[in-house]
Design a protein around this ligand. Structure first.
Ligand code: ADP
Ligand code: MG
Ligand code: MG
Length: 913
């Protein structure tokens, strides 16, 4: 018979699929001997059965009762026992943590009778009524569906009537009155009474948690985080411990290291005389955890010891919830902590130094996306005045945007293309859509573990929280800074999540330290043989972060099999790519070299009436192209440079059709004659007009149709190689033919190229050999790769065009048109132009690789679409056995890192998600 319930003593960390993250970690802590209140877990399987059948799985009720009896037996009292009630919490806990997304109900077992018993045994009327009002509130909203704002309003009203600043100042009588108000609310809203039977409270709470899996917030979060919808949540039932029993009690949240910077040492918030979510809800201001050392040194020391145990055991940053009940410490939750990109690099390096993880594991713990974040610009504060206000630096980065105060406004304005900053006193899960839409989140209350901070860090979004100096008034739509400055909705502010500062207006941006470090190039070039001394203040500024990034990249370079090249069209880009660690150029587009002043020559080439005219134009282009190539080959001396022959449709180089028509019409209207040139141009433009230029006369087709074009480009390349060779360089040009669909196209071009190169060789008196290869960017090319490989020395998958031609849509037309709808409706998990579509485009790549290599075992194969710098796609390219990826220069470090991680993943060294 299926089993649906496990005691905490029976589970463990490796059972997360079944017990959820929270449940499996509670079990793991129990096994480690840490003080965890006893309890048990209903499995995700029970949830899946419930959600699919609409009713409880058979036998679940009995199992639940049996486990409840065990907990009651150990406690020596019964759930809701009138004179001395055992109370329980019912906590959701899915496989992957979804902070604040689903429901938890505390203090189950209280009713009109047992609240009196609890008052008596605890000696505190206030505590008993405080717990009861929490239960009625949580049960009322989560299980019975009453809008939580109603309860909030009743609480605020009572505080106002009593003239007290916060809930701690309400006495037992006030709270008893609140319970009555709440119960009345429930009855009015639902027509039902708050259930008094503890067993019913428990059962309905469990089912409500199951149902919360399909709540709107939870679904939105899952879509964003790419968590599958069919996992279901486990439910943990646990004996309550109480942080609201007076000043020697409290609740807190801790991280074993600083999750924003990675700095070692306990980090977190504590709130005396508080229960559960009070700490993160921002209702009262918390104290930093270090103050607990003063307040309750014994509990603090225990907490330190337990967090060390956990960090050693999990070998990673842990995030912890704890409660102190009358000076006794209880551990309520742990999990691997979310962290900023900066902290991820720092912690990975430190844990390796401490010997807790291997260098390979250390590499597996960081990511290309994280590195990309660290390369973002920071504010250049040398140029600005004093900040408007300071808050806590909760999630780093620099963001500028217009102030908005409500989540729907943020969504509306962002959808219209505006950059916004969401400003709130504090955020709740209901603000999630606005947080996603905003550039940054700014709150005036709450600690670094408040909802705003945790969620923003998880999303890599800039956040400053707890900026108490700001008086935020969301109702009237403005906030006031301490110096009296009033900032209205719509005004632009700048938020520095690294420094915790807020500025009026748009602060200019400067390069990040990590970017400057990466731009300074590999050590062997800058440091020379001076023994690798740190080069200047760049390294001094954020030395350990830079050291950590350096170590991760060095390790990645050591283990990766994929080479990383860059897409670059100019000597400057080539040089930068090289400093970023590129091992060559995988795509040098020659069309950019046809623009600017040279356009005139291109026009002449296209419009030529005779071979002689065309040859004259080509001859004029030749030296210019040669110069371009020589410059790039010099910047990449010793490394391969893949030069692609002209690709785009020719009419792109001619003037706009409408402009020309207007010019001619205007001339005629003035009674004059249009210039002969304009008339010729218009005729040419009309002749070349294509309905679908993307599928028209371009790529290799141009080379076959325009006599002399391929020969001119080949000559420019060959002569540049000869020039560089004579200058003592080591040029390694490769010639790449675009948009080939059939081997015969390639054969014709190849013959022309080789002939020119032979001529150049003999004229120049130096050997000029360039491998000739092709792009694979049409389905037909991939499907006939075996034939094509007979004439190609290398392949480079052009995944942008291959994606367009495989799907049959043009990027320029569809991205704005319907991509957001497709993403919303879940047709695309991600844009296929950002992350490679493995099933379709990826399949063509697999075929191309297999058949190409079968025909020519030494075929060199790379990829030169934008996917070459996308982390997920890099892993795929590694798996299918490509030799290199090529991406934009700025993505080169990202691709290096991910290529290393991909190699580890293939050998299964990496840890779980
Ligand atoms: P979430 O996943 O949103 O963090 P939790 O299940 O962790 O939800 O519970 C919400 C709050 O209630 C947390 O602060 C937690 O520590 C507290 N809590 C949960 N169970 C208990 C318990 N048995 N005793 C005391 N506090 C509890
Ligand atoms: Mg929790
Ligand atoms: Mg292309």
């Amino acid at each position: 018979m299926a089993r649906y319930v496990y005691d905490f003593t029976e589970g463990g960390r490796d059972m997360a699929d079944l017990l959820g993250g929270k449940g499996s970690n509670l079990a793991e802590m129990t096994r480690l001997g840490l003080p965890v209140p006893p309890g048990f877990t209903l499995t995700t399987e029970a949830c899946r059965v419930f959600l699919s059948t609409g009713s409880e799985p058979a036998g679940l009720g009995e199992e639940l009762a049996a486990h409840l009896s065990a907990v009651e037996g150990a406690a020596g009292r019964l759930l809701g026992q009138p004179d001395n009630p055992l109370l329980l919490s019912v906590r959701s806990g899915a496989r992957f943590s979804m902070p604040g997304m689903m429901e938890t109900i505390l203090d189950i077992g209280l009713n009109d009778e047992s609240v009196l018993g609890l008052a008596k045994v605890s000696g505190s009327d206030r505590f008993a009524w405080d717990s009861y009002r929490r239960l009625v509130q949580m049960f009322g909203s989560t299980v019975m569906g009453v809008d939580p704002a109603q309860f909030e309003r009743a609480l605020i009203l009572l505080k106002d009537v009593r003239g007290v600043p916060d809930d701690v100042h309400l006495d037992a009588g006030d709270l008893a009155q609140l319970v009555d108000t709440y119960k009345g609310l429930i009855h009015v809203e639902t027509g039902e009474h708050f259930p008094q039977a503890p067993a019913e409270q428990l059962r309905r709470s469990v089912l409500a948690v199951f149902k919360s899996w399909n709540g709107e917030r939870a679904r939105l979060y899952r879509r964003r985080e790419h968590i599958p919808d069919d996992l279901g949540t486990a439910v943990n039932v646990q004996r309550m411990v109480f942080g609201n029993l007076g000043p020697d009690s409290g609740s807190g949240v801790a991280f074993t290291r600083n999750p924003a910077t990675g700095e070692p040492g306990l980090y977190g918030d504590y709130l005396p005389n508080a229960q559960g979510e009070d700490v993160v809800a921002g209702i009262r201001n918390t104290m930093p955890l270090t103050d607990l050392e003063r307040l309750d040194p014994r509990s603090y020391a225990r907490l330190r010891a337990h967090t060390r145990t956990l960090e050693r055991h999990y070998r990673d940053l842990c995030d912890i919830e704890f409660t102190i009940e009358h000076g006794r410490l209880w551990m309520l939750q742990t999990r691997i902590g979310k962290r900023t990109a900066e902290a991820a690099f720092a912690i990975a390096a430190e844990l390796a130094d401490e010997g807790l993880i291997t260098p390979d594991e250390s590499l597996a713990r960081v990511s290309g996306d994280g590195l990309a974040q660290l390369m973002f610009p920071r504010f250049d504060t040398s140029a600005t005045g004093a900040p408007l206000a300071h808050g806590l630096p909760a999630s780093p980065g620099a963001a500028v945007g217009a102030v908005v105060f409500h989540s729907p406004d943020a969504v509306r304005r962002a959808t219209a293309g505006e950059k916004v900053v969401l400003v709130r006193q504090e955020t709740t899960p209901d603000d999630l859509p606005g947080m996603i839409a905003a550039q940054a989140v700014l709150t005036s209350r709450g600690g670094k573990t408040s909802h705003a901070a945790v969620v923003a860090r998880g999303m890599g979004k800039v956040c400053v929280c707890g900026a108490e100096e700001l008086a935020v008034d969301v109702e009237t739509g403005h906030f006031t800074a301490p110096d009296g400055t009033v900032v209205e909705e719509g005004a632009v502010i700048s938020v520095d999540g690294s420094a915790g500062a807020v500025y009026a207006g748009a602060v200019p941006l400067a390069d990040s330290e990590v970017m400057r470090f990466l731009e300074s190039g590999p050590d062997d070039e800058t440091a020379g043989d001076t023994g690798g001394e740190p080069t200047g203040d760049v390294h001094a500024k954020a030395p350990w972060l830079i050291g950590a990034v350096d170590r991760a990249l060095t390790r990645a370079d050591a283990v990766r099999r994929l080479e990383v090249r860059a897409n670059a069209d100019t000597p400057e880009d080539a040089a930068r790519a090289r400093r970023f660690g590129a091992q060559g150029i995988g795509l040098c587009r020659t069309e950019h070299m046809f623009l600017g002043e040279r356009r005139k020559l291109v026009e002449e080439m296209i419009l030529a009436r005779s071979d002689a005219e065309r040859d004259r134009a080509l001859a004029a282009l030749l030296p210019l192209q040669r110069q371009d190539f020589a410059g790039i080959l010099k910047a990449m001396d010793g490394l391969p440079v893949t030069i692609r022959l002209l690709d785009p449709p020719l009419h792109e180089f001619l003037p706009d059709r409408t402009d020309l028509s207007v010019r001619i019409a205007t001339a005629e209207a003035r009674g004059g004659l249009p210039t002969a040139n304009d008339v010729d141009l218009l005729a040419a433009v009309n002749r070349m007009h294509e309905e679908n230029p993307m599928l028209g006369l371009r790529g290799v087709r141009l080379g076959l149709v325009i006599p002399g074009l391929v020969a001119m480009q080949a000559r420019a390349i060959g002569e540049a190689v000869a020039e560089r060779t004579r200058a003592g360089g080591a040029p390694r040009a490769e010639i790449m033919v675009p948009l080939v669909g059939d081997v015969r196209e390639l054969r014709i071009v190849r013959r022309a190229v080789k002939q020119v190169l032979d001529e150049v060789s003999s004229t120049a008196g130096v050997p000029v050999t360039c491998p000739v290869g092709t792009m694979i960017e049409l389905p037909r090319a991939a499907l006939t790769a075996g034939r094509i490989a007979e004439a190609a020395e290398f392949f480079s998958f052009g995944t942008n065009d291959l994606t367009q031609t495989t799907w049959g849509f043009s990027r320029d037309d569809v991205e704005a048109e319907f991509f957001s709808t497709y993403l919303d409706k879940g047709v695309f998990p991600a844009s296929p132009f950002e992350t490679l579509d493995r099933d379709g485009v990826g399949r063509l790549i697999r075929i191309g690789v297999a058949e190409g290599r079968a025909a020519r075992p030494d075929l060199k194969i790379g990829v030169c679409g934008e996917h070459g710098g996308d982390p997920g796609s890099v892993h795929f390219f590694h798996t299918v056995g490509l030799d290199y990826v090529s991406c934009s220069p700025f993505r080169v470090p990202v691709a290096r890192l991910e290529a290393g991680r991909a190699a580890l993943e293939a050998t299964d060294v990496s840890d779980s998600r």
